[in-house]
Design a protein around this ligand. Structure first.
Ligand SMILES: Cc1cc2nc3c(=O)[nH]c(=O)nc-3n(C[C@H](O)[C@H](O)[C@H](O)COP(=O)(O)OP(=O)(O)OC[C@H]3O[C@@H](n4cnc5c(N)ncnc54)[C@H](O)[C@@H]3O)c2cc1C
Length: 452
């Protein structure tokens, strides 16, 4: 049997394809990266099917790339070296919500929207940390790339919320990692060697995660937003420090963009949440006091209702830069930066946008560890090749700026991975290579990411 016939035999004729019009869709994402070749798409339903596909890929030395929602915008789920695209969407069971233990166990294809809807219906007192991304993106894909969501400033990034996984290794064997390896409860990663780290940030190069347990959090009854603005970018590190000295916020982000004119400032947005109105008022009062110290920072007396709704929505506002141009292209590169580097990143990010004829758009989320995720947003017309090329250049320049400022590129496209590997301590690079080789000796797992 040839490869395609074997894949069809595993998942059924409806769930394997080598038709050009279907491969086309999987060969690109919404970002500006060049399309790349895909040979087969398969949509498994069970862990056993994933195992059989991985074994087939291993026997035939064919690359295999897992995909959740495929929405990183940096083309991380588009194969670099062709082969099999493993679309996980049919593995969409919410296996368990353990209310008192505050965790949910989901299959790899469960989307953010599906878990949110399920919790609202069956566990209205709980929530998960939801990224601003489209609701079709997966819980697993987001957590594995160290994604961030609407309560990240308070609770941490989503990879920190993983309390266990089930994974199909490149050998085709299934492993459980975390408390679920010794207990019926998927409630913690410890006290054990923390093997979850072998799969976070590896971009599918070490195994296919089939199930994941993630932490859930109390859902507050009341939420509100406060907004302030300044034109003095140099104030940012000090203001962020003072605001986070007060440990009462749910989320904290900064925002600014060239259009419309009223947004061309540095906005600070603090989201507070509480179980009672008194608690909410107290928190709002406390934050207003913090900002009152700064003469150059003004309070936004009334956030326009439509904007307020977008800010308080879960997921919150979709990056407005996505609306700047016709043609539907949107990519942002995320820089994990030291807060003191934000003023320089802000100013030089504007210069980069202008150099490539774009309207600047910056969105920054303050992370729990006091670093920030600085998003340089770019929208472009997908039908205009020159515009796409300009965007790639702007992304590349933003990535280089990130590294120059001592930062790291978050969910890096292949070229940014290379930039980081060039800068990386060579022992660290060797260790990455050793781990990949040990788990995937013939190099079938999403090759071309984190080295060959
Ligand atoms: C408008 C917009 C706003 C966004 N806002 C946010 C935001 O606020 N926060 C945020 O974190 N992100 C954001 N994103 C980026 C991105 O959409 C999300 O991070 C998204 O959650 C990624 O999940 P995914 O399912 O699309 O992952 P995919 O792109 O499918 O996969 C990501 C990586 O993980 C690997 N992978 C996927 N599934 C598996 C698996 N089962 N096993 C092993 N490896 C796997 C893939 O090979 C790939 O390397 C935004 C994107 C857009 C377009």
């Amino acid at each position: 049997m040839d490869t395609f016939a074997r894949l069809t035999d595993i998942v059924g004729a409806d769930f394997a394809s080598n038709r050009q019009e279907e491969l086309y869709i999987y060969s690109r994402d919404s970002g500006a990266q060049q399309p790349r070749k895909v040979d087969y798409v398969v949509m498994p339903k069970t862990v056993e099917e994933v195992q059989r596909i991985v074994k087939l890929a291993s026997e035939e030395s064919i690359p295999i790339t897992p995909m959740g929602g495929g929405f990183t915008t940096s083309a991380l789920a588009v194969p670099v070296k062709g082969g099999i695209l493993l679309d996980m969407k049919r593995m969409d069971k919410i296996i368990e919500v353990n209310e008192k233990g505050r965790y949910a166990v989901v299959e790899a294809g469960v989307s953010q929207g599906a878990l949110k809807g399920y919790l609202e219906k069956h566990h209205p007192r709980l929530q998960h940390c939801t990224p601003e991304a489209p609701p079709t993106v997966t819980i697993v894909g987001n957590a594995l790339i160290l994604g961030h969501g609407h309560i990240t400033s308070r609770q941490g990034i989503n990879s920190e919320m993983i309390s266990g996984i089930e994974v199909v290794l490149p050998s085709g064997e299934v492993s459980k990692v975390g408390s679920c390896s010794v207990s019926p409860y998927w409630f913690t990663r410890g006290p054990l060697p923390d093997l979850v780290g072998l799969f976070i940030g590896w971009l599918g190069t070490t195994g296919i995660v089939t199930k994941m347990s993630i932490r859930l959090f109390p859902k507050p009854r009341h939420r509100d937003a406060l907004a302030f603005f300044t034109d003095n970018v140099d104030l940012i590190p000090e203001v962020v420090f003072e605001v986070t000295q007060l440990d009462l916020l749910e989320n904290f982000f900064l925002w600014g963009q060239g259009k419309p004119d009223w947004m061309d400032h540095v906005f600070f947005v603090v989201i507070v949440s509480a179980q009672s109105e008194d608690e909410l008022e107290l928190k709002k009062h406390a934050y207003r006091k913090v900002f009152e110290q700064y003469e150059e920072v003004e309070f936004v007396e009334e956030i326009p209702p439509a904007l307020r709704r977008r800010i308080l929505d879960v997921p919150p506002f979709a990056a407005t830069a996505a609306d700047f141009k016709k043609g539907g292209g949107f990519e942002y590169t995320g820089a994990i930066l030291h807060v003191e580097k934000v003023p320089e990143a802000w100013t030089r990010g504007i210069e980069i946008a202008h150099k490539y004829g774009m309207i600047y758009s910056h969105a920054i989320q303050v992370l729990r560890d006091q670093s920030v995720m600085f998003a340089f947003d770019y929208s472009f017309n997908r039908a205009d090749k020159e515009d796409v090329e300009r965007t790639r250049k702007a992304i590349d320049e933003s990535d280089r700026l990130t590294l120059e400022l001592g930062g790291m590129v978050w969910r890096p496209e292949v070229s940014a991975q290379k930039l980081m590997m060039e800068k990386m301590d060579h022992h660290t690079l060797e260790l990455i290579g050793m781990i990949k080789k040990a788990l995937d000796p013939i190099g079938i797992m999403n090759p071309g990411n984190w080295g060959e």
